[in-house]
Design a protein around this ligand. Structure first.
Ligand code: GTP
Ligand code: MG
Length: 203
């Protein structure tokens, strides 16, 4: 794990949408952020963009309810980060639960500029059925997947490596595709940028 990362020149909200006819016209390459509610998607996106409050975060699960696009400009080029609504939010109404999958699948299944999906998962928990299904779903559609393990600051450093090894094995991903992060402490952000740039074919 390392601190720092490349310089971000600009970061700004671009669009929010629920349905494909509301999406912004495809432009720069996109990276999607996916995972259980409250896992830290919006927080990690803010860390990557080096902006505290670009995407809204909340201690209450279910904060992000639409797809949100953020334009990030770095010296390596422009990139759009897409914050997706979280799943598994217990208090969400049944109607809303039924809209999550079509909303996210419509995006992941048919976005021509999508280059990779980052599945976020709390380092302290084992992968659940939701995560396993999502990884399989992404693999089937040949969408490169990264697994970002979140909130590593909540575990003592000694326990972290052991958890990362276990989750790597559970995910069945290449070692470099599984990255331990803390949005709170800025850990793993440079590693995540490196992995994303590799997926984007950028040096
Ligand atoms: P939804 O929008 O509901 O799907 O949630 P989300 O995945 O976007 O989570 P969000 O970024 O809003 O963070 C949820 C809570 O976790 C907030 O209280 C954050 O402050 C906290 N959190 C996020 N990342 C970290 C982290 O690295 N360490 C710690 N300790 N807390 C974190
Ligand atoms: Mg969010």
């Amino acid at each position: 794990m390392s601190r720092g990362g490349p310089r971000v020149l600009r970061a700004e909200p671009l669009a929010a949408a629920a349905r494909p006819d509301q999406y912004p016209r495809p432009g720069a390459p996109e990276i999607a952020f996916l995972g259980r509610s409250n896992v830290g998607k919006s927080s990690l996106l803010n860390s990557l963009a080096r902006r505290r409050q670009l995407a809204q975060t909340s201690a209450t699960p279910g904060k992000t309810r639409l797809l949100h696009w953020y334009r990030v400009e770095r010296s390596a080029g422009e990139l759009w980060l897409v914050d997706l609504p979280g799943y598994g939010w217990a208090k969400v109404s049944r109607r809303e639960r039924r809209t999550w999958a079509p909303m996210v699948e419509a995006y992941l299944g048919a976005r021509p500029t999508l280059r990779a999906a980052v599945l976020l998962h709390d380092l302290r928990r084992d992968l659940g059925e939701d995560e396993t299904l999502l990884l399989a779903w992404l693999a089937e559609r040949r969408i490169p997947a990264l697994l970002a393990l979140t909130k590593v600051d909540k575990l003592k450093p000694m326990r972290r490596a052991e958890r990362v090894r276990r989750l790597r094995a559970q995910a069945g991903l290449a070692p470099e595709a599984v990255i331990a992060t803390s949005a709170e402490q800025g850990l793993g952000i440079a590693d995540l940028w490196r992995a994303l740039d590799a997926r984007l074919g950028r040096p």
